[in-house]
Design a binder for this molecule. Sequence first.
Ligand code: UDP
Ligand code: MG
Length: 334
Amino acid sequence: MGNKRIDIIVPCYNEEQNIEAFYSEMQAVASQIKKSGAYENSYDFAYIFIDDGSKDGTLEQIRRVADQAAAGQTTVKYISFSRNFGKEAAMYAGLKASTDADFAVIMDADLQHPPRLIADMLQKVEETGCDSVAARRVSRKGEPKIRSVFARLFYKLMNKYCEIEIVDGAVDFRLMSKRMVKAIADMPETQRFSKGIFAWVGFDTQWIEFENVQRLSGETKWTVWGLTKYAIDGFIDFADSPLKFAGAFGGFIAAGSAIYLIVEIIKTIVMGKDTPGYASTICLILFFGGVIIAILGLIGEYIGRMYLETKSRPIYIEKESNISDTEEEQPIER
Ligand code: UDP
Ligand code: MG
């Protein structure tokens, strides 16, 4: 028995129309959980909103909610970025700011992650003592067909070639124990792919399923290009098999050419010289030119990432926050 604290971490980018609705729905769930008495522990909810450089009134809305919450004895912390650093950076900032809570929950501001699921997540935690409960969409209803097809393909490739397993339909809606949060916040990589990181840090994860919900207001921030880039980044961040494949392919070609060369030499010695073969020569040159450039490009992708990683730029820059410096954790040492 005891009071446990749960930090609700909410990355927000241009969500001015959703913040208040999100907060009130979330608070309703929180008080229900408190009142129900169905749990072994009693839970206190606190919030960490991350304004990811929104261009609309998101920050004002967050400030309003924070004032409103203060009157009702609820803690609402917020961090506002100096520009849009992306959801990955926002989630990281939230996890870093969640230092003394027993659990942290990451969820979207657009109510596509139903707050009522948190009750189920807590139940799972109490039943199984696991470190993490994550949500999984069972349907992709309301999503463009083509997006679903590519998403499926991505998960197939990812799970085949990467060292980690990523569950199809898993969304960034997840409850985590303090030690799991700490493990993730201690990972200093600047190019973050959370779906992979959650799996990589390990810990016992339970899954709960839910039906896809439309976002409350506004539009998704994902474009086709954005999603494609996200998929490639995720793959490269967790797989080195493309490099191994490139190496193996090069070796195979080299061995083949060596054999071909020997055959040609023998043929020349035995049968004398003949000149035809211009077209096939050009074809081969072009083919291997293409292969070499493609493989160089592939290697370039990895080197480019190493370049960015070695610069070790901060993952985000804070413009404003209501979290006092003394409360914050020490920056990561490298
Ligand atoms: N988000 C963010 N930074 C971004 C893009 C999105 O913090 O650069 C937030 C957004 O406000 C929302 C969540 O991430 O709370 C999910 O974004 P979105 O709804 O656009 O994605 P989808 O639900 O379509 O996958
Ligand atoms: Mg959404």
